[in-house]
Design a protein around this ligand. Structure first.
Ligand SMILES: NC(=O)c1ccc[n+]([C@@H]2O[C@H](COP(=O)([O-])OP(=O)(O)OC[C@H]3O[C@@H](n4cnc5c(N)ncnc54)[C@H](O)[C@@H]3O)[C@@H](O)[C@H]2O)c1
Length: 326
């Protein structure tokens, strides 16, 4: 039995799909913070919801976490639940610390007591702060610039300390700028596609020169499950990303390739944005056999299709600019 915290979320739902595909029994533990169960199943799990068990619970509640692990005989955990959207984290630092750090501690502590066989924590490239070199490998210093990154570093290193101190088989996956079907936040790729489809300009903050290693969500889910099943991943951190770098402007141009009528507008820069770029994924390739299947072109193509076919009807989005896939 595998428990996926935040399994109704954007990345968590894809992790569930990858696990179901591999015939694992999956229990989702989620506090339904993004909507009710029926709605989230429809948006994120139309194909697998009847193959997954749902538990409504909060990771900040130790008793609820502990009882769930015991009741379902959970042997492995993929922990994705968090306050994940940086603007929300900045507005709500106390909640962010409580969920991202204390909630992660609760899961680790319950795992220690119950002798969990495997624990995979999803961390982030935000832990590296401004990149001092690219591609940034897992040894890059952890210097987060915002509250989100700081709470993620704390949980990332707690997971490591539980391996070192108690021998918990914990692994850390650091990913970056994840995009693809199921995202409900206004992150760059989603906001751009939404605007482009509606005939609203894509807004490039500071000219869109920020470099990012964009990661397609299915690749990230695959990397997480590889880390979960590897016998060599305990106590290790892995960068799991697309493994290339593009500017945010490149992202907008790629979207324009599939939604030809779309326009681009340049706006002021956000101060908090860290200077980032490509991550070194050679360790994940070597140890886990990870190999991203989607470059930006293939990922955006599939994502635009999902936005038109699934997201637009569900959210009443009026598609003014029709996408072209030939
Ligand atoms: N999206 C990205 O670009 C990105 C990049 C790097 C790392 N990550 C990490 O990946 C993970 C998943 O991110 P996402 O983009 O899928 O976010 P998401 O917001 O779509 O999903 C998070 C899920 O966690 C649940 N949740 C939140 N608080 C909870 C709580 N207290 N108890 C139980 N469940 C709770 C939410 O209801 C939601 O279903 C996070 O840990 C995030 O830090 C995301």
């Amino acid at each position: 039995m595998v428990l996926v915290t935040g399994g109704l979320g954007f990345i968590g739902s894809h992790v569930c799909r990858e696990l179901v595909r591999r015939k694992e029994k999956v229990v989702v533990f989620d506090n339904l913070s993004q909507g009710n169960l029926e709605f989230l199943k429809k948006v994120r799990m139309p194909d697998i919801y009847d193959k997954v068990t749902f538990v409504s619970g909060d990771i900040t509640d130790f008793a609820s976490v502990f009882e769930t692990l015991k009741e379902y005989g959970i042997e492995k955990i993929v922990h994705t639940a968090a306050i994940t959207f940086i603007p929300t984290a900045i507005k709500k630092p106390s909640l962010t610390f409580n969920v991202n750090t204390v909630g992660s501690f609760n899961l680790l502590e319950a795992s220690r007591i119950l002798d969990m066989k495997k624990f995979v924590y999803i961390s982030t490239a935000s832990t590296y702060g401004d990149f001092q070199y690219t591609p940034a490998d897992e040894k890059h210093p952890l210097n987060p610039k915002d509250i989100y990154g700081a709470t993620k570093v704390a949980a990332d290193r707690l997971a490591y300390s539980y391996f070192q101190t108690y021998g918990l088989s914990a692994s850390i996956v650091r990913t970056s700028a994840v995009y693809g079907p199921g995202d409900l936040e206004r992150r760059a790729a989603k906001a751009f596609i939404e605007n482009a489809l509606q005939g609203v300009p894509m807004k490039l903050e500071g000219g869109g020169l920020q470099m990012r290693d964009f990661s397609y969500v299915k690749d990230v889910a695959l990397g997480m499950v590889l880390a979960l099943n590897s016998s060599e991943s305990a106590g290790e951190a892995f960068n799991i990303t697309g493994g290339s770098e593009y500017s945010v402007k490149d992202l907008a141009e790629m979207i324009r390739k599939y939604i030809p009528g779309s326009e681009i507008e340049v706006t002021g820069a956000r101060k908090i944005d860290a200077k980032r770029g490509m991550l070194d994924i050679s360790k994940a390739k070597r140890v886990l056999g990870y190999n991203p299947k989607y470059d930006l072109d293939a990922g955006i193509r599939e994502y635009v299709k999902w936005m038109v076919e699934v997201y637009a009807p569900l959210f009443g989005l009026k598609v003014k600019n029709k996408p072209v896939f030939d």
